[in-house]
Unconditional design. Structure first.
Length: 308
């Protein structure tokens, strides 16, 4: 797999870039993916993750196709901080790596889900990720300083590091997902993550496809391996997540809904929501949650078609 940072280094070595670093094409996660290995009814696959800035969004471009009728639909959950205005700037392939990243609620998502944009509190968008308010009592939130910036031991604070998060730091993330299935279709999944945001909370969800019956919700999400589906990275931003499942994602024909992608999501407000992938719209101070307090960071394509 060629991730955006590795691609930038290759360009630099060739003397092909200046101060602006860009991605001419989205990374191709399939290039280093292992082929399915079958032995005595068992099947195994290693999938390489791609650093993303949304759901099927790599600095503004899709990197896989869901299949009909959705195609390359995607939306951002991260934007470029805009100190001159109320809205973040949409990330693009030529966005400088030094750009500060911020919360973003993509209008494409609101339109596709029928959510009125006026339901979104503008104070919760265009917020640098380190400054996202944290709940300190039921119904109340405030920004927490870094632990060493607190002037009293009783002051609520964030764990270090609390340096501004840039696009370059964000796009260094990656990892591998090893999925193993038994003959009876029970499965195990092991995510080996690297270069996520250090000492921060993440959740692991999977986006499922449509039901073979044609009924039910579109693109439902499930916690991979059940709840709790969270982990906290170490001081390098590394982590391991291991779970077992009652179905085999590598044999989609054996389930009613195929597992399409695995999503590793940063919770910038340091809060978990149990068995739901974020609180309902009316319960979030900032309106729609995806992009305001939850941000896709790495995606593992399982049963989608990767783009060239």
């Amino acid at each position: 797999m060629t991730n955006p940072q590795m691609h930038s280094r290759l360009l630099l070595a060739a003397g092909a870039v200046s101060a602006l670093v860009s991605w001419s094409t989205p990374p191709r996660a399939a290039e280093t993916d292992s082929q399915d290995t079958e032995r005595r009814g068992r099947i195994e696959r290693v999938i390489h993750g791609t650093a993303v800035t949304g759901h099927n969004d790599v600095v503004g471009r899709p990197f896989y196709d869901w299949g009909p009728p959705f195609g390359t639909f995607g939306f951002a959950t991260l934007g470029a901080y805009n100190p001159q205005g109320p809205e973040p700037i949409r990330l693009q392939p030529d966005t400088p790596l030094s750009t500060l990243v911020a919360t973003m609620i993509d209008p494409n998502l609101l339109a596709s889900t029928g959510v009125d944009p006026t339901a979104v509190d503008p104070s919760w968008v265009n917020v640098p990720l380190r400054d996202v308010p944290v709940q300190y009592s039921f119904g109340e939130t405030e920004q927490f300083p870094g632990i060493f910036a607190a002037d009293d031991v009783a002051v609520k604070a964030q764990a270090v590091p609390v340096n501004p998060i840039t696009l370059g730091q964000w796009m260094r993330a990656g990892g591998t997902a090893t999925i193993k299935c038994k003959r009876n279709n029970e499965a195990s999944v092991r995510l080996q993550m690297h270069d996520l945001i250090p000492n921060r909370m993440y959740a692991v969800w999977s986006t499922l496809g449509t039901s073979r019956s044609g009924t039910g919700p579109v693109f439902p999400s499930i916690p991979v391996g059940g709840v709790p589906n969270i982990f906290v990275t170490d001081r390098q931003g590394d982590a391991v997540y291991e779970r077992v499942m009652q179905f085999c994602p590598l044999r989609p024909e054996t389930t009613d809904r195929p597992m399409l992608v695995i999503n590793v999501q940063l919770h910038s407000n340091h809060q978990n929501y149990g068995g739901i992938n974020g609180p309902p719209l009316a319960s979030v101070p900032g309106g729609y949650w995806i992009g305001s307090v939850i941000h896709n960071h790495v995606q593992f394509p399982v049963n989608v078609t990767l783009l060239n």
